[in-house]
Write a protein that binds this ligand. Structure first.
Ligand code: AMP
Ligand code: GLY
Length: 419
């Protein structure tokens, strides 16, 4: 098979690694890729932000399956465009990708399907939103409705901060994504990320993970795209997994099918484990980054037949198996991340890190080649991932690999997967 992978981050490097390992894949093309990804596949002459170019490349190069990593091309309709051209693509159509692309859409679906989530409402008008905020018993959470590069949510400590966040969103801070604003009750509990694969009617659990969103140890400092992950999520139990499947993932896939917009692809449920059981924080329509890196090193099965079964509506009798052994991913970031990452510093020792343990994988996220040198090219730069017989061993192996990387400028959290 010829597979075209879209994206350029650590998630996509992990996907490229899993795809390249499949005996079914004889050609892997990547757009735009990164230096790590392009060791596993070849650069494709197309741009994921330009859907015409993706369709043209896929057609000309006889691509058998397109695998988009990030949400933007999915929300923009890359799967619809490819399907219309007769090319298989793994992921939701634009209509189904609204589960990530519009928070008010997802709230409406939750109401319709009885999926537990935070109480709240969506608003198109700033004055009505502010009146609602002030009428709440405690400062609520304010969310831009659309995609806002992970920055659209404000968990406000005070009513004033909540009002400010709503005014900023309506004032254009997130562009069109903030023209509608969701105001929600603040839930409390432990968070966990659940990943399932759906084929339009069936949905199967893959695995779960916990993401570390803040920049600093002890969950301090600003939010990031994610500074590390551990899989399985320590707070999850089999009973909670079954409950989440029965009350959240299953009903969502059923409701999407009933609406005539069946969901195919990866359904990622961000959960809050509250005293009243698991509640949905958000859906995403793709793998998480860095959760994907932790998940895929635990995958035992060939990923490709699973993706094809989802595209073809044949997941019902299909199983993607994961090893029981846990895994840990530690993100090494450029100094100044997340506000203003300083790029250009030289990175050495990836080979030594890779060889520091039997189950170690150094995934590249934002790297670039400058002649012979590998340099930091963005905020989150490396995802150093290891599996082990237990969390402590996986964690030791991941941090030993981090220590083997010669990159003095790097910043990383010391407490990923710490008990
Ligand atoms: P999101 O961008 O939707 O992933 O939200 C980012 C983070 O905001 C989540 O991971 C939660 O930590 C937090 N969050 C979002 N909605 C709520 C809520 N209703 N209650 C408490 N925390 C929330
Ligand atoms: N790590 C969170 C996300 O990928 O959305």
């Amino acid at each position: 098979m010829h597979i075209l992978l879209l994206g350029s981050g650590g998630r996509e490097h992990a996907l490229a690694w899993a795809l390249a390992a499949s005996p079914l894949v004889d050609r892997l093309s990547c757009a735009p890729g990164n230096p790590g990804i392009l060791e596993l596949g070849e650069a494709a002459d197309c741009d994921p932000a330009d859907l015409d170019s993706v369709v043209a490349f896929a057609r000309a190069a006889a691509v058998d399956l397109v695998v988009p990593g990030p949400e933007a091309p999915l929300v923009a309709g890359v799967v619809d465009r490819l399907e219309a051209a007769g090319i298989r693509a793994f992921g939701p159509t634009a209509a189904a990708a609204r589960l990530e692309g519009s928070k008010s859409f997802t709230r409406a679906l939750c109401a319709e399907a009885g999926i537990p989530c935070a109480a709240g409402r969506s608003f198109d008008d700033v004055d009505a939103a502010i009146a609602y905020i002030r009428a709440q018993p405690a400062p609520p959470v304010i969310k831009a409705d659309g995609l806002a590069a992970g920055k659209g949510v404000t968990v406000a400590a005070t009513f004033e901060a909540a009002v400010d966040a709503a005014e900023a969103a309506f004032g254009g801070r997130f562009g069109a994504a903030g023209r509608r604003v969701v105001v929600e009750e603040r839930m409390t509990g432990t968070e966990a990320s659940l990943f399932a694969i759906a084929d339009g009617t069936s949905v199967r659990m893959l695995a779960d993970a916990q993401d570390y969103k803040r920049i600093g140890d002890g969950d301090r400092g600003p939010n990031t795209g994610g500074m590390g992950a551990v899989s399985p999520a320590p707070a999850m139990t089999d009973a909670l997994r079954a409950e989440a499947m029965e009350r959240i993932l299953g009903p969502a896939v059923t409701a999407m099918a009933r609406r005539g917009t069946p969901f195919r692809g990866i359904l990622y449920a961000g959960l809050m484990l509250t005293d009243d059981g698991p509640k949905l924080v958000e859906f995403n329509v793709r793998f998480g980054d860095p959760e994907c890196q932790a998940l895929l090193v635990r995958l035992r099965s060939d990923l490709v037949p699973g993706l094809v079964a989802a595209v073809d509506g044949e997941l019902e009798n299909f199983d993607l198996r994961f090893r029981a052994e846990p895994s840990v991913c530690v993100i090494m970031a450029a100094p100044g991340y997340p506000e203003a990452p300083v790029t250009g510093s030289r990175i050495r020792g990836l080979g030594a890190a890779q060889e520091s343990g039997p189950d170690v994988h150094v995934f590249q996220a934002s790297t670039a080649r400058r002649g012979e040198r590998l340099v930091a090219a963005g905020g989150r730069v490396l995802g150093v991932t290891a599996a082990g017989p237990d969390v402590a061993a996986a964690r030791r192996a991941a941090y030993a690999a981090v220590a083997a990387i010669d990159w003095p400028e790097a910043v990383w959290r010391r407490d990923i997967a710490a008990a």
